[in-house]
Design a protein around this ligand. Structure first.
Ligand SMILES: [Zn+2]
Length: 261
């Protein structure tokens, strides 16, 4: 069985000095690809560096996270756009724009909300221009993001750690988009319900590391080595054999990233 982690933050400081261990661990557990998602300009650079250092295993998603839009350095938006434009076309290690989106908890005042939406629009424009898929953070913003997406011609969209509202899942599936779920698939009834509702052809697996989880992952550093547990849980929910789940998710990953694994 081959496993994939489409959403991890390998450039997070919690992983400093631990990357070789994580890479070794991933190989031992048959994780064949992971996408290092970015938060800002600095982590976009770091994600690409990691993808170059661990070619064939690590890939990069570049962009500005909605949690960071209120603290951007001067010209950081413009410099990030330039960086993505420079690397997004020619560098096959760049497989997506992410992590981007909206989150009202990090944009309470009107001018913060406007800036968050402006940055997201810029990221969507980049994805459209570069024909790259988009990895979205959609907490409390699903309908708003669906509305924004309708004005772009995007290759495809991945709704990472989608949890609610499940009423909008048919729209997401109708668009041919993907939903990725991680360790909470093992213990959260809400995420298990999402997995039940999304066809296997639209599902992907992630860890969102270094986010920490509860049982059975309590007190453990989150790494792609958790993915086999997630695949097992998806199989149980859907009543599909584990190896068939792994195979379909791997196919979905290749379709999503367009990389020839
Ligand atoms: Zn994330």
């Amino acid at each position: 069985m081959k496993f994939v982690d489409v959403h991890i933050h390998l450039s997070d400081s919690e992983y400093y000095g631990k990357i070789s261990e994580i890479v070794e661990n991933a190989k031992q557990t048959n994780v064949v690809a992971m996408v290092s998602n970015s938060m800002n300009l600095e982590t976009s650079r770091a994600s690409l560096r990691l993808a170059e250092e661990h070619s064939g295993l690590v890939y990069a998603a570049l962009g500005i996270h909605p949690w960071n839009t209120s603290q951007l350095a001067s010209n950081e938006l413009e410099r990030t756009i330039d960086f993505v434009l420079q690397n997004g076309v020619s560098n096959e290690k760049v497989v997506a724009i992410g992590e981007v989106g909206l989150d009202p908890q990090y944009a309470k005042r009107k001018e913060q909300k406007d800036l968050q939406a402006k940055v997201f629009h810029e990221m969507l424009r980049l994805a459209e221009k570069l024909t790259l898929p988009v990895i979205v953070h959609s907490r409390w913003s699903t309908q708003k993001i669906l509305d924004m997406l309708s004005s772009y011609h995007l290759r495809t969209v991945l709704w990472h750690w989608f949890s609610s509202p499940t009423e909008l899942l048919p729209k997401i599936v109708e668009r041919g988009n993907y939903v990725s779920e991680g360790p909470p698939t093992v213990f959260s009834t809400r995420i298990q319900e999402v997995v039940r509702l999304v066809p296997l052809e639209n599902l992907l697996t992630e860890t969102d590391g270094p986010v920490r989880y509860y049982e059975p992952f309590k007190d453990k550093l989150t790494t792609p080595a958790f993915i086999p547990e997630v695949v097992k849980a998806i199989g149980e929910i859907k009543g599909v054999k584990e190896n068939e789940v792994a195979e379909q998710i791997y196919r979905n990953f290749v379709n999503f990233t367009q990389i020839g694994l």
